[in-house]
Ligand binder design. Structure first.
Ligand code: NAD
Length: 260
């Protein structure tokens, strides 16, 4: 369904972003992947996309804390493939700490990567989408875009911000055949979740199994992690023509976490 389209997915060297890039490639899109990691590993993932799906995949090392590099990321997609039709703002980091000990530089980095980067990327991609009269913007928010948890002040603030940005952009682009939505997963089993376990163990003085069962999945009524493939599949649906009238939505995929 995405033949001839180009998708830029930020933070796609691992986790949800990589699953989105592979899913879009599977649907026929050329993809621009982005994110941190060892060059050899990234090249392996890039080559695997081209091999597995017979599309083109290129890599941009743009750092989502740097507005000029974000503009270059969009420009690279447009120059290489002629358009950026789909933008998935997905790069994200986490830091878990009580507010009074929360390092100011961590706050700044989380707001930059998890919130401001989406603004910069949307700002750069929208002119081309408007010119071509078609576009899809999908932002990876989080259950934390609608609900809070202790010790995640920057993350919760940034994700609430993404939900607001999504609504605003959707209204501005409503007549331009460009939709803007966010997906709000609960706990997805990725390196990001795995990495926050030690900090949560320290902050809450808990064992690893207690953090997994009583903190992470405590909030998720299904008691199961979301998978990256499930998130990617919803992102793909949002990029279909059947989803043309879904805009400004914040779609939960959280095993019932935010139901109550
Ligand atoms: P992940 O750590 O596997 O992937 C994060 C990606 O962002 C990686 O590719 C990483 O290299 C990239 N990244 C980090 N800093 C960057 C920077 N400065 N510039 C460019 N890229 C950068 O984590 P994930 O779980 O796949 O997270 C993806 C998104 O999903 C994030 O926005 C996260 O907040 C959100 N999310 C995750 C969960 C979860 O449970 N894993 C739940 C809800 C929302």
């Amino acid at each position: 369904i995405l033949n001839g389209k180009t998708a830029v997915v930020t933070g796609s060297t691992s986790g949800i972003g990589l699953a989105c890039a592979r899913t879009f490639a599977g649907a026929g899109a050329n993809v621009v992947i982005n994110g941190m990691g060892a060059p050899g590993d990234i090249e392996k993932e890039r080559a695997a996309i081209e091999r597995d799906f017979t599309v083109r995949a290129i890599y941009s090392p743009a750092d989502m804390t740097k507005p000029s590099e974000i503009a270059e990321l969009i420009a690279l997609g447009e120059e290489t493939f002629g358009s950026v039709d789909i933008l998935v703002n997905n790069a994200g980091i986490q830091h878990v700490s009580p507010i009074e000990e929360f390092p100011a530089e961590k706050w700044d980095a989380i707001i930059a990567i998890n919130l401001s980067a989406s603004f910069h990327a949307i700002r750069a991609a929208v002119p081309g989408m408007k010119t071509r009269g078609w576009g899809r913007i999908v932002n990876t928010a989080s259950a934390h875009s609608v609900i809070a948890s202790p010790f995640k002040s920057a993350y919760v603030a940034a994700k609430h911000g993404i939900a607001g940005l999504t609504k605003t952009v959707a209204l501005e682009l409503a007549r331009s055949k460009i939709t803007c939505n966010c997906i709000s997963p609960g706990y997805v089993w990725t390196p990001l979740v795995e990495k926050q376990i030690p900090n949560t163990m320290a902050a809450r003085r808990m064992r690893r199994d207690e953090v997994i069962n009583d903190v992470l999945l405590a909030a998720q009524p299904t008691k199961e992690f979301v998978t990256v493939e499930q998130v990617a599949s919803l992102a793909l649906f949002l990029c279909s023509d059947d989803a043309a009238q879904i805009t400004g939505a914040n779609l939960s995929m959280d095993g019932g976490w935010t139901v109550a």
